[in-house]
Design a protein around this ligand. Sequence first.
Ligand code: 3HC
Ligand code: NAI
Length: 685
Amino acid sequence: MSVITTQRHGDVLVIISDNPPVNALGQAVRAGLAAGIAEAAGDDAIKAVVIRCEGRTFFAGADITEFGKPPVGPSLPEVVDAIEQCRKPVVAAIHGTALGGGLEVALGCHYRIAIGSAKLGLPEVKLGLLPGAGGTQRLPRVTGVADALNMIVSGNPVTASRALEIGLVDRIASADSLAEEAIAFAREVAGAAGHPVSSLRTDRIAEAANHPQVFDKFVAENSRKLQGFDAPKACIEAVRAAVELPFEQGIKLERELFLKLVSGTQSRAMRHLFFAERQAAKIDGIPADTPLIPITRVGILGAGTMGGGIAMNFLSAGLPVTLVEREQAALDRGVATIRKNYERTAARGRMTMEQVEQAMGLLTSTLDYEDLADCDLVIEAVFELMEIKKEVFRRLDGLVKPGAILASNTSYLNIDEMAAETTRPEAVVGLHFFSPANIMRLLEVVRGAKTSPSVLKTVMGLAKTIGKIAVVSGVCPGFIGNRMLSPRQSEAQKLLLEGATPWEVDAALTEFGFPMGPFQMADLAGLDLGWTAEGSTSSTIREVLCERGRRGQKTGQGFYDYDENRRGSPSPETEAIIADFAARSGRAQRKFSGDEIRERLLYPMINEGAKILEEGMAQRASDIDIVWLNGYGWPAFTGGPMFWADTIGLKTVLDGLARHADALGQDFIVSSLLKGKAEAGESFN
Ligand code: 3HC
Ligand code: NAI
């Protein structure tokens, strides 16, 4: 059956797309739309047209899989133009998400009607692109520049009610009668003398034409967020053209910018990430009919930094949580922190106080382990010591109901050893949340040797429910993320002893696009994590910093000195401490370029990533990219560590490792997978 069909309802022609799963605007859809418009134009009995979609959503955009392939007409801009130029009014009937090219089709229509739950947006920037079918020129003409800039540069969609406020939709329809209301709307406007044509409008851009500083202001306000990305700059340039140039010239510029971006590395990297994120949810070796375990109550053990944050995920998703501690004071502190975090969110207007109380109402806090008995999933977030973890698993095994899932939030420890303490190792899994656990989107799901398919499938689904991006890891120290962090950390430390300063090392990574470098990160987390005054032996730079009271941002001093706004500046005291260690190490001191620092820090990570792949600890290279993007701030425009390595060439990485062999030391082992692929001219992805 054709993806596009037409139906006649009296004098209204309804063009219907049915192209699952998301009605992407692939070639057949575009051709069908163009044919539908031609059919309406050529039939005197037809007075108006409705475009609507079957399935879960209105067009969710261009078909991203077609990018990078030879184009086959009609192009989307041609289709949108044909719709707009139709002499009979065309009404877009929107449900689900009208995104990217989908919204551009709707903007080509003369009228738009949407149901209340619909969302409308131009997310191209998230794929390293700009809207390429007239969106940058038509949206500002319809909504005004301020809203258009926000939507196009952030890529975030607006709700139907907001769309109504800003003039992006004309009417809201009831969810169960969109098709009928759209036809009625079309019939109603059929007799009107003229119809609004987005590309001809000037009323909403007049203000910006008189106040061009709106663009500079927008750039100034968003410069930090946009740093390193090419697409947002192009988006702004195109919207500016909508105000300053005639439509035809604006469209020409939009096309030029689109073609440049779509063939560039950044967009290729970000499209890779789009598919990588969806791929990560797929687990090898799990039969499709694997049953899910119903999760109606979650237990959490330990109300510290992680336990509280983890609890919030479930409470926010409407799942009851039983939080267990060993001490009343720690429990009270944990519960108070949860409340404080929710109240802060409410104060920022992102939650109502009613929702705060609703979430808190789902929380039961207790010192009694027995209260975990009827939970369907228990996650332990107690101290990171194997003996304590084992003891916890033995206890949980004895009291939690059969069939329930037992999970550990451990950062480094072996899940299989914990599972071996129970009579149900198939029920044990690692759920490694990242700090702050209520905010960070990454979840490493650690698949133990005996973890059952049902348990895995259930926790992957649950991750989606609580808004996390889950990636499956095998059991190895530090799993995917922390395991790759280790060589970076140790190289960063070595560089200090060879003459590089913490600020040079950090700058090398922030120039690359990381939000912060290793020493800024250490200062933020606190240098005294796991440090005690009694146990301190002045044997590392970090220990000496702690002994001097330089414990990170929270004490106003760490590697850096901090002012009252938490802005860090290089510290002469830190430099003196490092110089002392460097002198005692006997290593030669020299200057390092940013490139050399990056090679020393990032190539060993790629090597570790290759070992993770070769050992089967990650299912695919793109999963590693997703971990580093969502857990550690690896810059999206490079596509993640493994994609980046592919981009610069694995041979470049291999040669770099060889060049730095002396500095990396004798214990450094080059991955045979990396070596093999580099020599064969292959890539990871
Ligand atoms: N092209 C091709 N495939 C797409 C697609 C698209 N635009 N959007 C989604 N898909 C695929 C996904 O890869 C996934 O495939 P899989 O099942 O094989 O993994 C499947 O559709 C379902 O997608 P999700 O798992 O993401 O489904 P959700 O229901 O969670 O989300 C959605 C639906 C909100 C529509 C989400 O898929 C989405 O955000 N899609 C991308 C929207 C987008 O970026 N549009 C702009 C495209 S660029 C453009 O339009 C250029 C134009 O200006 C010229
Ligand atoms: P924390 O020290 O802040 O909290 C641990 C809590 O567990 C304390 O409140 C303690 O009273 C409680 N506790 C200890 N033993 C207990 C027991 N037997 N029964 C009940 N409660 C008990 O520690 P944090 O940082 O929350 O870490 C917890 C776990 O999460 C560790 O395994 C850690 O490796 C892991 N993790 C930590 C991250 C972080 O950034 N802090 C990130 C990801 C994982």
